[in-house]
Design a protein around this ligand. Structure first.
Ligand SMILES: NC(=O)c1ccc[n+]([C@@H]2O[C@H](COP(=O)([O-])OP(=O)(O)OC[C@H]3O[C@@H](n4cnc5c(N)ncnc54)[C@H](OP(=O)(O)O)[C@@H]3O)[C@@H](O)[C@H]2O)c1
Length: 286
């Protein structure tokens, strides 16, 4: 597996497995077990997904040493205040059934983010977390966090896919030596991404699928990817992306697909922020 070194020296696989919307714990356990068999070692869960326990169980029962895995989880907004962040980290550790978490993220950039970050810094220093980072942070929010704290985020997990390429945000993070990780690399299939003509033509030229071309395009931009699937064939397909590469011309053809807009929500839109903070899913009608 190709790896990337984070700004604190910790190594992360460049391709991993996301488990968002795997609400059924048996299904999640099965999917993670399939993914481990297929060769995935990076797993991306979150407290709010409600499936940390299933991810942890699949990892523990795999028989593969713990240090071969890279486990990510995230703190949700209601846990940012007061003494709650420390409890949330301990709760994630308990749910996962692990002694440490490889990467812990602030899931959304709202609420008492500074309090959450300082608790994460403490847990990092205590060895409970090997790396800490953020998600859905804009350049100004990352800058603000960095200016008033000790530890720089190792990762910024952002929505990046052909419809929402995030050129400026990705460049900002790369210049800061903050690793970008793409959530919804396939835009969850929205806007007919898997049957897009440009992507299909590129895929045919390499005897690959459109999904594989998307993952390759992201990795060639230096981004870590965490596609999700509950289907064995797709789980295998999505990791089979290390035996081809896209030409500069092909990369540019995909650049032209950018709609510079999210298929889900704009994390900086006041209405979306209110919906998220109140426990809803913005753009759930899409
Ligand atoms: N930080 C955040 O705010 C945030 C937000 C969203 C997601 N995430 C993380 O990012 C991960 C990935 O994002 P995501 O799950 O939202 O969406 P995604 O990976 O872009 O897309 C997943 C969808 O694509 C389908 N799919 C997967 N591989 C396919 C293939 N090869 N061909 C055709 N269809 C395929 C899946 O269907 P099947 O499962 O039916 O195969 C599923 O419906 C999440 O699981 C989560 O870990 C983070």
């Amino acid at each position: 597996m190709q790896t990337v070194k984070l700004n604190n020296g910790v190594t992360i696989p460049q391709l991993g497995f996301g488990v968002f919307q795997m609400d059924d714990l048996d299904e999640c356990y099965q999917a993670v077990t399939e993914a481990i068999k297929a060769g995935y070692r990076l797993f991306d869960t979150a407290a709010t997904y409600g499936n940390e326990a299933a991810v942890g169980r699949a990892i523990r029962e795999s028989g593969i040493p713990r240090d071969q895995f890279f486990v990510t989880s995230k703190m949700w907004i209601q846990d940012y205040q007061g003494t709650r962040p420390q409890k949330a980290i301990d709760q994630s550790l308990t749910e996962l059934g692990l002694d440490y978490i490889d990467l812990y993220l602030i899931h959304m950039p709202y609420g008492d983010v500074f309090n959450a970050w300082r608790a994460m810094e403490e847990s990092y220093q205590a060895g409970k977390l090997r790396a800490i980072g953020v998600s859905n942070f804009s350049p100004d929010q990352v800058t603000n966090l960095m200016l008033f704290n000790n530890i720089k985020p190792a990762i910024n997990q952002l929505e990046v896919n052909p419809w929402n390429q995030q050129q400026a945000n990705v460049l900002f993070n790369q210049r800061q030596n903050i690793q970008v990780e793409a959530w919804a690399p396939f835009a969850e299939g929205k806007n007919q991404i898997f049957t897009n003509k440009t992507l299909q033509q590129i895929a045919q030229g390499h005897h690959k699928t459109t999904g594989q071309v998307i993952l390759r395009w992201l990795m060639q931009r230096g981004i870590v990817v965490i596609p999700k699937s509950v289907h064995q064939k797709r789980i295998q397909e999505n990791i089979d992306v290390f035996d081809f590469s896209l030409s500069e011309t092909e990369m540019q053809l995909i650049t032209k697909l950018d709609q510079q807009t999210s298929q889900f929500f704009n994390p900086h839109d006041p209405e979306a922020i209110e919906t998220i903070v109140n426990g809803g899913r913005p753009g759930a009608n899409h």
